[in-house]
Structures are given as structure tokens and as C-alpha cells.
Ligand binder design. Sequence first.
Ligand code: HEM
Length: 152
Amino acid sequence: MRKTSTLSAGLGTVAALVLAIGLGGCAKNQTQMNGPSLYEQLGGQSGITTVVHAFLINVGKDHRINAAFAHANLAHLQAQMVAYIGEKSGGPQIYTGPDMYQAHKGMHITDAQWNAFVQDLGATLKQEKVPELAQSELLGILMPKKSEIVGH
Ligand code: HEM
């Protein structure tokens, strides 16, 4: 009896692994498996535009990092960030700008600036009442970009 249940537990683990590997290889977002895509949860083009706009206002008020954006073309930056997030979240947008390394090369962005940027982004997602799963999924897409953005 004990052997059978160990075996079935083992098979269950194998099945879960096969499923996880299968899902991991799937291009879709986690939420697309059961419901609306991340793009939809973010409110599509208009929801993402609202979030990015609010984010850039918050960054502008943040003395830890606003100097870095003093000479930025904010209209261009907003449009590019919306396209980038739209594409990465499964929307129809096609981001045609430079990759994250090229876009930030020469800015010498520090860990402290990165942390402030991420904190402002998290606070903005809460402020704009983005659903919690979508908040963490979006952060999960953007956080791994750190090595391309920081320290170059
Ligand atoms: C995951 C995090 C980030 C993403 C997704 C992101 C995304 C972008 C995008 C899409 C652009 C436009 C590139 C172009 O079209 O030339 C850009 C430019 C820029 N980013 Fe970031 N960025 C991130 C982090 C940061 C951080 C941490 C800083 C500084 C604290 C920063 C500062 C800037 C500045 C100053 C520009 C140039 C704006 C301009 O001159 O128009 N970014 N970023």
C-alpha cells in the first residue's frame, strides 16, 4: 500500500514536471492559461499609457532619480515605454527602439537608481490599482533587464 502511494506520488511529480516544462516552453504569459493576458489585465494600450504616464510623473517627483531624466524627451520616452511594455505583455505593439543595453549605455545607472526606479514603478502599479497578479507578472518581466541597464 505504502509502495503504491509512493509510486503514484512519484508519477504525480513527474507529471507536474512535464507540465511545468511544457508550460515554461510556451510563449504565453502565466495568466493566459486561465484567463485574460497580462496585456488585458493592464488595461491594454490605454491602461498601459495611464500607468506609464503616472509612473513618469512619480519619477519626476523622485529626487533620487529625477536628475537622470532632466534632459529626456518625455513624450518619446512614454511612447517607447508603452510600446515596450505592450509587446512584452502580449499586446499587438511592436517595440522598434533600441534594446535595453543600447538604450541605457553611457548613463552609468547605479544600483541605487535602479532600486528607486523599481520602487517608483511598484508604487505606481498600486496607485493605479493594477491587479496584484499583473503587478508581479510585469515586475517579473522587467526585473531581469537589470543587468542590461545598470552599470554601463
Ligand atoms: C526595466 C527598467 C527599464 C525599462 C523597461 C526602460 C525602458 C526604456 C525605454 C523603452 C527607453 C527608450 C529608448 C529609446 O527609444 O531610445 C528608455 C530610455 C531611457 N531610460 Fe530607461 N528603462 C528602464 C530603466 C531605467 C532606469 C533605472 C533609468 C534611470 C534611473 C532609466 C533612464 C532612462 C533615460 C534617461 C532614458 C532616455 C530618455 C530620453 O532621452 O528620451 N531607465 N528606457
